[in-house]
Design a protein around this ligand. Structure first.
Ligand SMILES: C[S@@+](CC[C@H](N)C(=O)[O-])C[C@H]1O[C@@H](n2cnc3c(N)ncnc32)[C@H](O)[C@@H]1O
Length: 269
C-alpha cells in the first residue's frame, strides 16, 4: 500500500498539474498583498542564495530574484515549474532556476540557503513539522525563513469546518494550522520571530472554485454549507452572499474572507 506521503503528493500533482496555468497567473498568487510584504521583510542581500518551496507559478521566486544572487524555485508538480520557467523568460530573469522537490524531504545539503520562503502552500503538506525541520536543516545559521499561509483559529469547531470545507473544493488540501501552531513549530526548530502579521484576503466564491475546476454539484454543496454554517464559522469566513432577483444565492457575486499569516523568522546562529 502507498504511504500517506505518496498519496498526498499524487493528489497535489493531480490538482495542480491540471490547473497550473490558472494558479500561476491568478491575482491572489501573482499580486496578493502578502507577496510584497514578505519580500520587503526578508531583508534580502545581493550575495544571497534563496530557495522558494512549493513555488507554484513562481511569484515569490520572481519577486526575490532582482534582489539576490540566485533563486531556486522548487515544487512537487512539474507543470507548475513549466509556468515558472516561461514567466522567468518573459520577464528576462536569468538568475532563477527550477527544481522538483518535496517540501518534506528537500534534496539540499545542510546550511545550503541564506533564505528559504514558502507562501500559500503548507496547507497542502501532510507533515508541517517535517517541513519546518527541513527548512531549519537547509538554512545556514542566522538564515531567514519567510512563511505565508492561510490560517485557522485555535477554536477546533471553526478550524474543522474551514479545513473540511476547503478539502471538498481541493482534495489535495491537508490542513491549515493556527498561528499558535506555527509559532510552536518555529520555536522548537530554533527560530526567532522577527515579523508577524495577519492579512484578510477576499475570495470570490466562483473564482475560488474555478481555480480547482470544481464540478457544479460540489459548488452547490459548498455554497449550501457556507450558508448554513454556524455563527462562529461565519464570524471567521465573513461570507457576503450575492443574490439573484428571486433571492436565491448568486455564487458569482458571493465572497468570503480567508486569513493569511506572514511570518519572518531567523534561524539561531
Ligand atoms: C497555491 S500553490 C503555491 C503558491 C505560490 N507559492 C505563490 O506564492 O504564488 C501550492 C503549490 O504547492 C505545491 N505543493 C503541494 N505540496 C507540495 C509538497 N509536498 N512539496 C512541494 N510542493 C508542494 C503544489 O504543487 C502547488 O504548486
Amino acid at each position: 500500500m502507498a504511504d500517506v506521503s505518496d498519496e498526498n503528493l499524487e493528489l497535489v500533482r493531480e490538482q495542480f498539474g491540471a490547473n497550473a496555468e490558472a494558479y500561476g497567473t491568478s491575482a491572489v498568487h501573482a499580486r496578493g498583498a502578502s507577496l510584497g510584504l514578505l519580500v520587503d521583510r526578508l531583508g534580502l542581500d545581493p550575495s544571497w542564495a534563496v530557495l522558494d518551496i512549493a513555488t507554484g507559478g513562481g511569484s515569490v521566486a520572481l519577486a526575490c530574484a532582482p534582489h539576490v544572487a540566485s533563486v531556486v524555485a522548487s515544487d512537487a508538480t512539474p507543470q507548475m515549474l513549466d509556468v515558472v520557467q516561461r514567466r522567468a523568460e518573459e520577464e528576462g530573469v536569468d538568475n532563477l532556476s527550477t527544481e522538483i522537490a518535496d517540501a518534506h524531504d528537500l534534496p539540499y545539503a545542510d546550511g545550503r540557503w541564506d533564505t528559504v520562503t514558502c507562501r500559500i502552500a503548507p496547507h497542502h503538506f501532510h507533515d508541517p513539522a517535517k517541513f519546518v525541520a527541513e527548512v531549519a536543516r537547509t538554512l545556514r545559521p542566522g538564515g531567514v525563513f519567510g512563511l505565508v499561509d492561510n490560517v485557522v483559529p485555535d477554536d477546533s469547531n471553526v478550524a474543522t469546518f474551514a479545513n473540511e470545507w476547503e478539502r471538498k473544493r481541493d482534495p489535495s488540501h491537508a490542513r491549515c494550522l493556527s498561528v499558535n501552531e506555527w509559532l510552536t513549530l518555529l520555536s522548537v526548530n530554533g527560530f526567532t520571530i522577527e515579523h508577524r502579521e495577519l492579512l484578510a484576503k477576499e475570495m470570490g466564491f466562483t473564482w475560488w472554485c474555478d481555480n480547482m475546476s470544481v464540478p457544479a454539484d460540489v459548488r452547490e454543496q459548498l455554497l449550501a454549507e457556507l450558508a448554513a454554517a454556524d455563527e462562529d464559522v461565519r464570524a471567521f469566513l465573513r461570507p457576503k452572499f450575492g443574490e439573484y432577483e428571486d433571492q436565491s444565492i448568486d455564487p458569482d457575486t458571493t465572497v468570503f474572507y480567508l486569513t493569511e499569516v506572514v511570518l519572518v523568522a531567523r534561524k539561531s546562529g
